[in-house]
Design a protein around this ligand. Structure first.
Ligand SMILES: Nc1nc2c(ncn2[C@@H]2O[C@H](COP(=O)(O)OP(=O)(O)O)[C@@H](O)[C@H]2O)c(=O)[nH]1
Ligand SMILES: [Mg+2]
Length: 196
């Protein structure tokens, strides 16, 4: 069972995975499919409305952090200015964070904001899985092409990219497996602090 919590998760000892992507990428739909609930994360008709991080505890074993969507034109400049320190601060400092699931719309090449985000994730070194959303909109040859483009442009392994569709019900189990994998690893931050 999943329960929403406010700004901080109630139990900091639970490992956390954050979900990131541009507004309208399909993040709320994906989170609902992932935890098999209809109304965990609201599917929005007004992209860019979410201005805060929402935490959902799953089975009392881990926490999903729903980061606000970025890159939507209707979001006021002041909101964008608030967005960056909120998200970057969270990703840099959240102690229970184990990994990030970065969502990218399969219908288009990654946006400049997507690329900035991936660069930032790589800079802080957090384990990252990329999900290509809405693949029901692509023919399978287009999807294969997109995956090849993405992996070569972003220096990712093909295994790090999960094709996903809530409409066609593709990718849910693979994503669940990836999330469980992320939360079962020790924090990369701990590895860092004992390193060279
Ligand atoms: N075709 C298709 N549309 C989707 C899919 N997932 C979400 N959508 C649609 O994309 C829009 C944005 O979805 P939402 O989950 O609110 O995205 P969010 O803004 O990233 O949280 C909605 O109209 C959804 O119905 C998908 O897998 N396939
Ligand atoms: Mg949403």
């Amino acid at each position: 069972m999943a329960s929403p919590t406010s700004w901080r998760p109630p139990d900091l000892s639970l490992p956390e995975v954050a979900f990131s992507g541009r507004s309208n990428v399909g993040k709320s739909s994906l989170l609902n499919a992932l935890v098999q609930r209809k109304a965990l994360a609201r599917v929005s008709k007004t992209p860019g409305k979410t201005r805060e991080i929402n935490f959902f505890r799953v089975n009392h074993t881990f926490v999903l952090a729903d980061l606000p969507g970025y890159g939507f034109a209707r979001v006021a400049k002041t909101t964008r200015e608030l967005w960056r320190p909120l998200i970057e601060g969270y990703l840099r400092h959240s102690a229970p964070l184990r990994g990030v699931v970065q969502l990218i719309d399969s219908r288009h090449p990654p946006t400049p904001d997507d690329l900035l985000m991936l660069e930032f994730l790589s800079e802080i070194g957090v384990p990252t899985v990329v999900v290509l959303t809405k693949i029901d909109k692509l023919r399978s040859t287009e999807l294969q092409q997109r995956i090849i483009e993405m992996t070569s442009a972003l220096g990712l392994e093909e295994a790090q990219v999960i094709p996903f569709s809530t409409v066609a019900k593709v990718g849910r189990d693979e994503l669940a497996e990836a999330v469980v994998q992320l939360v079962s690893e020790p924090s990369w931050r701990a590895v860092e602090s004992t390193g060279v």
